[in-house]
Unconditional design. Structure first.
Length: 229
């Protein structure tokens, strides 16, 4: 009887989905705020899993964009935390600069640079990565995440939404700045998580097992760990 019950549950899963997934025939997203109003956005699952995996890199003097939330959440042995933002109105920012022209940020200074979901807003990605390399100390690490699939950001954003990235182009871009042998690139996500994220469905509304299946044909985001040699 237990075997029959398990087989029946497996069959039912093919036809019965949570309410948000059932609404995907609509042209209007379930959430208009990436899923923040429903729980944790799907891309955050992969971002935070990546940072947790490399938490040992987040130490010493750390630079993060917009705020220092991930620095303090995942960091170990933080000596000093700094924040970079292009928006002069950000009171959390210790450096106000465009990353493509960030001469005000001192060279050879940071042990870690957390650069999550930012490069899509920067037209000159190559210049931004050269500055990211410059501000790191020897053996300093950049932990970056980049979108493959995403809705556009709000029209009220300070910077425009310019790019989406593939794993291959991330290898080329970061390899040019850091040296190919010092760069590790990985793709995360699958067809279901891509669709769910576009619709604004939150992580908590998916089966946890669906989040752990990385399909190279349908990545949601790319993670990059690069070391300054």
């Amino acid at each position: 009887m237990r075997q029959v019950a398990r087989a029946l549950r497996r069959r039912l899963r093919r036809f019965v989905r949570p309410a948000p997934v059932a609404r995907l025939r609509s042209i209007v997203p379930v959430s208009d705020d990436f899923g923040f109003d429903r729980g944790t956005p799907v891309d955050r699952h992969y971002i935070e899993r990546f940072l947790a995996k490399h938490a040992a890199d987040i130490s010493g003097r750390v630079l993060e964009v917009k705020d220092a939330a991930y620095t303090h959440r995942f960091g170990r042995g933080i000596d000093r935390s700094d924040v970079l933002d292009i928006d002069a109105g950000n009171t959390n920012a210790t450096f106000v600069a465009d990353l493509t022209r960030a001469d005000a940020v001192p060279s050879d200074t940071f042990d870690c640079f957390i650069l999550t979901q930012t490069l899509q807003y920067i037209p000159d990605t190559k210049a931004a990565l050269l500055h990211a390399h410059r501000v790191l100390r020897r053996n300093g690490v950049i932990l970056a995440t980049l979108p493959v699939v995403s809705r556009f950001g709000s029209l009220s954003e300070v910077a425009p939404d310019c790019w989406r990235f593939t794993p291959s182009v991330c290898s080329v871009l970061f390899g040019a700045a850091f040296g190919t042998e010092h760069v590790a690139v990985h793709a995360h996500g699958n067809l279901l998580t891509c669709v769910a994220f576009l619709a604004g469905i939150a992580c908590e509304e998916l089966d946890p097992r669906d989040l752990e299946n990385d399909d190279p044909a349908f990545p949601l985001i790319v993670t990059v760990r690069a070391v300054k040699s």
